[in-house]
Design a protein around this ligand. Sequence first.
Ligand code: LMR
Length: 399
Amino acid sequence: MFFSGIEQAPADPILGLTEAFRKDPRPDKVNLGVGVFMDEKGTTPVLECVKRAERLLWETEKTKGYTPISGPAEYGDVVARLVFGPDFHGLAMNSVAAAQSPGGTGALRIGAEFLKAFRQGGTVWMPDPTWDNHKNVFGAAGCPVRTYSYYNPSTRGVDVEAMCAALEKIPAGDVVLLHVCCHNPTGADIDAAGWARVAEIAARAGWLPFFDFAYQGFGDGLEEDRAGLLAVLQKVPEALVASSFSKNMGLYGERVGALMVVAESAKAANAALSQIKRIIRVIYSNPPKHGAALARMVLEDADLRALWLQELESMRQRIAGNRQLLVHGLARRSSEMDFSFIVRQKGMFSFSGLSDAQVDFLREQKAIYMVKGGRINVAGLLPESLGYVCDSIAESLKI
Ligand code: LMR
């Protein structure tokens, strides 16, 4: 039989953990795996600005007819303004083309297909480590994938020297994937001086930057978080950018994102978009409209936007607060390891430094789920579980 000959695939290292977590009957289980924001009650809330937009949409939407292949032009415009900011808009926005995508992952995959077709044989370089799915997404599209040095476990930060040395050697025909902020999985970001060096190398070496911008607003703020992107775009005329509203607008399951092409002219941007539309058409024809309509409403309506900024700020503050609580909680329980680096990291994730054996121990013995490699979703810590998590991590340090 055809199907009976097919072997079971391994569970996804991140989303598979959520499935295992859901099935776990232990009452004190804690999910620090998948990167979703949780409030103090452990729910991933629908933002109030989104709820209000949904009400408005319910009252005003006139059709469920198809959207254009690359989404409404207005959506592309409003997303590009958010991603690049008002200054960039004045300078170069006419050479930016944007296509709506099913989440950030969808944007990456469309981008990968585009590279496969038009940058044939070009290797896609990604930081070591990177989000687990990056390699799979680009690999599945048929792009050769390699890594460049990024994280230094002994300093718990970015090894800028090693990274720059690696970036210098990447050939002009290749592509370099850069996390704009809130690096996944380490939480260690490139600082301003590092970005200036990356920008110079990109301009000199001639490789194409592909920015993954999935966490805008989860680091220091919408504007601050785009600084690295703009630093590179000051020196380099062409880039791809994948953005997402999963995290910053909490639209995870609505799958709302965008792939943007920064070209040297409006003509080149339009030609690239026309090819991207062909790619989209043969994969899913055109994008789902609901989530993108909500994101657009929130961004276009002054009141909803102001409310969103407040809600985003409070998500950011909860994550920063959790980082402090975790560091203090661990310091009180164990002197075996210094966890103070956790407060310097940005975004939802912390590369805790825990070994895979410790991660396994925490899941098997304590029902605390985190991603292999020791990535913790700091936003998953709750007041009720913090003490238990700190006790358990302290215990795991002894194994
Ligand atoms: C994560 O890294 O946990 C998130 O980006 C969710 C995902 O799709 O893996």
